[in-house]
Design a protein around this ligand. Structure first.
Ligand SMILES: [Zn+2]
Length: 188
């Protein structure tokens, strides 16, 4: 026996076209001796109830990305492989990671919320704070910051955050204040 590792990932990290193409392959998959065969030209894919899993064994034979795998998927697969996974498990209920880009999704996908726990998922944990504009009280505020390139995550990672702030509602530089958030998710 051998133990396999799975790396779970939100389907929202897959470009929409590729996600739809794989879903179409799953919908139109044929059966061979009762087993579902998903005919992707490069990938070994297994469908499951909340998405699908991609086998990472192709790195044994390939070092360059085949044309039928998007750079985004290739990056995720490489990352999972480096974490020691044998399978990259795409799950529409998995929360997206801030380390990877997210692509616009259909209802609820990629938010980590399901139809049953919609309300529970959006409630902030106790002690959650928000940042507000001192003039108007709005929370559409931002700070100056710089980012550095993270080669392993293949994305920009937040570095220092500077004091300068801006309020989108005031359309002006702003001073920020911290406010606690109540259990309904609104600043108090
Ligand atoms: Zn403001």
């Amino acid at each position: 026996m051998r133990r396999f590792s799975n790396y779970a990932c939100s389907t929202a990290h897959l470009p929409l076209a590729e996600r739809e193409a794989i879903d179409l392959l799953i919908r139109t998959a044929t059966q061979r001796q009762g087993r579902i065969v998903i005919e992707h030209p490069s990938l070994s894919i297994e469908a499951h109830q909340y998405g699908f899993a991609v086998h990472l064994g192709l790195f044994d034979d390939l070092s360059d990305r085949p044309d039928d795998i998007s750079p985004e998927l290739w990056t995720l697969m490489n990352h999972a492989r480096r974490m020691g996974a044998n399978w990259l498990w795409f799950d529409r209920d998995e929360r997206p990671s801030p380390a990877f880009p997210v692509f616009p999704a259909v209802d609820g996908e990629g938010t980590g919320a399901t139809a049953q726990d919609d309300t529970a998922a959006v409630l902030p944990p106790p002690g959650t704070i928000t940042q507000c504009c001192r003039s108007c009280g709005g929370s559409r505020v931002m700070r100056d910051a710089w980012a550095h390139w993270d080669e392993s995550a293949q994305g920009w990672t937040l570095g220092a955050v500077f004091d300068a702030a801006y309020c989108e509602d005031c359309e002006a530089d702003a001073l920020l204040v911290e406010r606690p958030v109540d259990t309904k998710g609104t600043a108090v």
